[in-house]
Design a protein around this ligand. Structure first.
Ligand code: BGC
Length: 363
């Protein structure tokens, strides 16, 4: 009797496993659906799903490493062969991908590098140094004379991209801080390092830790308010703001424009989020760095399908993640402001003009 039950349970377990196993081919894990950036990615992945014969499941991690870990475990249990993952925290995600890798899954880091592990097979990314350089160049191109007040903000220190963006920005800003074009207002750590053209990771971390938004709108507002309270009227006027992405740019822009001593702002962003495209049309946010998610999604899916079909994978470079050089495929970025938004965002079909107001004001 006992034997029979065990046998029955055994058969049941195998049936359950095989019902799950093989059910999903490609698992996609995105960090949060609270930010329009990642909802964009989800939409662009979904747009491609009709074209593939493979089954794909997309899960969000609610900005939480533990949820991310259980998402990965559940996809692995469903038999995925390829995992496409944007880590919530680059270091913390190592354990999750090591679990997947141990089960024979090929791991593709999507947009954010997973660090200090050898369990990453490919990295599909934008040129993030170029993002920071483009943001900084925009500030430089719009500044005249000397002593222009400069406020710096950064992404989350748990995201390797925050370092790449800031490194790129520093490459361009540092000489213009050194020659007096800009005066640093809100970061004593940036002041400490202002004469160094190239910063170490620790020096970058000093500044990022001080001016981080953690990619969080409320933290961006709170920091901006604190900085404005501390700054004198002389340190306001026509200000220049390095904001790391669109969500934080809108929050910081609103906060600065509420201050009576601020006469004008030049403020950066990235992601070409719908709300920021509207802010650009309305001349509130100065620019965004357009990262065409359609290309990133297509690159990631191409690698995934090539893995499933055992085709050769072509990569264009590599990124050192602290443990190995991860083969990478990298996409360029485009600066968008009021001058080219029509052409780059609407004429290209990225967004539909009908979803926006005041487009006629651009002409
Ligand atoms: C991405 C940005 C995004 C930010 C916040 C970064 O890793 O590259 O596009 O705005 O995370 O989610």
């Amino acid at each position: 009797m006992k034997k029979l039950v065990v046998l029955f349970l055994g058969v049941f377990a195998v049936l359950t496993l095989s019902a799950c196993g093989g059910a999903v081919d490609i698992g996609i894990v995105l960090p949060t659906n609270d930010e329009p950036r990642w909802v964009q990615d989800e939409e662009r992945f979904e747009a491609l799903l009709d074209e593939t014969d493979y089954s794909v499941e997309i899960l969000f991690s609610d900005g939480d490493t533990a949820v991310e870990r259980s998402n990965v475990e559940s996809l692995v249990a469903q038999g995925i062969k390829v995992l496409i993952i944007t880590a919530q925290d680059g270091d913390a995600a190592a354990a999750a991908v090591e679990h997947a890798k141990a089960e024979g899954v090929t791991v593709i880091a999507y947009d954010r590098l997973i660090t200090n592990t050898d369990a990453v097979d490919y990295y599909v990314t934008f040129d993030s140094i170029a993002v920071g350089e483009a943001q900084a160049q925009y500030l430089v191109d719009n500044a005249t004379g000397t002593g222009n007040p400069l406020y710096l903000y950064a992404g989350a220190a748990s995201d390797n991209n925050a370092f790449l963006f800031f490194e790129g920005a520093w490459n361009v800003l540092q000489p213009k801080i050194a020659d007096g074009t800009f005066e640093l207002i809100n970061s004593s750590e940036a002041v400490n390092h202002r004469s160094k053209a190239a910063l170490t990771r620790d020096e970058l971390a000093d500044i990022i830790d001080q001016v981080t938004t953690n990619w969080d709108f409320n933290e961006a507002i709170n920091k901006a308010e604190a900085h404005l309270t501390e700054a004198t009227a002389d340190e306001k006027g026509d200000v220049f703001i390095l904001a790391p992405n669109d969500g934080t740019a809108r929050s910081i822009a609103d906060t600065f424009l509420d201050d009576n001593d601020v006469s004008s702002i030049v403020i950066t962003g990235q992601d070409a989020e719908r709300a920021s495209i509207q802010y650009i049309i309305d001349d509130i946010q100065s620019m965004t760095v357009f990262k065409d998610v359609r290309i990133l999604v297509e690159d990631a899916m191409t690698v995934a399908v090539d893995v499933l079909e055992a085709n050769e994978i072509s990569t264009t470079g590599s990124y050192d993640n602290g443990s190995i050089d991860v083969p990478s495929i990298q996409t360029d970025v485009i600066v968008v402001d009021r001058n080219n938004v029509l052409e780059v965002i609407f004429d290209s079909g990225y967004y539909d003009e009908d979803d926006f107001d005041n487009i006629d004001d651009l002409n």
